[in-house]
Design a protein around this ligand. Structure first.
Ligand code: FES
Length: 138
């Protein structure tokens, strides 16, 4: 594993990101409220530049009609088809390709699409800070 300086901490404030190229791999480095994370800049669905997507929260629900906003600033949404990933772990948060809407005469229900791709995790890389410099370990 090699260490690569990415930026000074002051150049990467909370909410900011920097996409770097290391050994032919594009990697996004994110500052999430003072904690640094790095992900491969390739969506597991069709290879979109995932790290260029919006970094927001996501919605959850425990019952129909309820929408709970959570994980603000930790959910990365693929710019091509909207797949959501946890920027802190690389794990899938919401896979739109596994969902479809079924319509009925008086109601609508969501169901998993069995032909949809599974939920792979986006590769992540360790990030540390030393002497005010953000270091990516690849
Ligand atoms: S390429 Fe990312 S969701 Fe399709």
């Amino acid at each position: 594993m090699a260490t690569h300086p990415v930026a000074r901490v002051s150049e990467l404030p909370p909410g900011a990101r920097k996409i770097v190229e290391i050994d032919g791999r594009s990697i996004g480095v994110f500052n999430v409220e003072g904690r640094f994370y790095a992900l491969r800049n390739a969506c597991p669905h069709q290879g979109a530049p995932l790290c260029q997507g919006s970094l927001d929260g996501t919605y959850t629900s425990t019952r129909p009609g309820e929408f709970i906003r959570e994980r603000e600033g930790e959910v990365l949404t693929c710019p091509w088809h909207g797949w959501e990933f946890d920027v802190t772990t690389g794990r899938s948060v919401f896979n739109p390709h596994r969902m479809r809407v079924r319509s009925y005469e008086v109601s609508v229900a969501d169901a998993e699409d069995p032909a949809a791709p599974a939920d792979p995790t986006v590769p992540t890389f360790p990030v540390t800070v030393d002497d005010g410099v953000v270091l990516l370990h690849v």
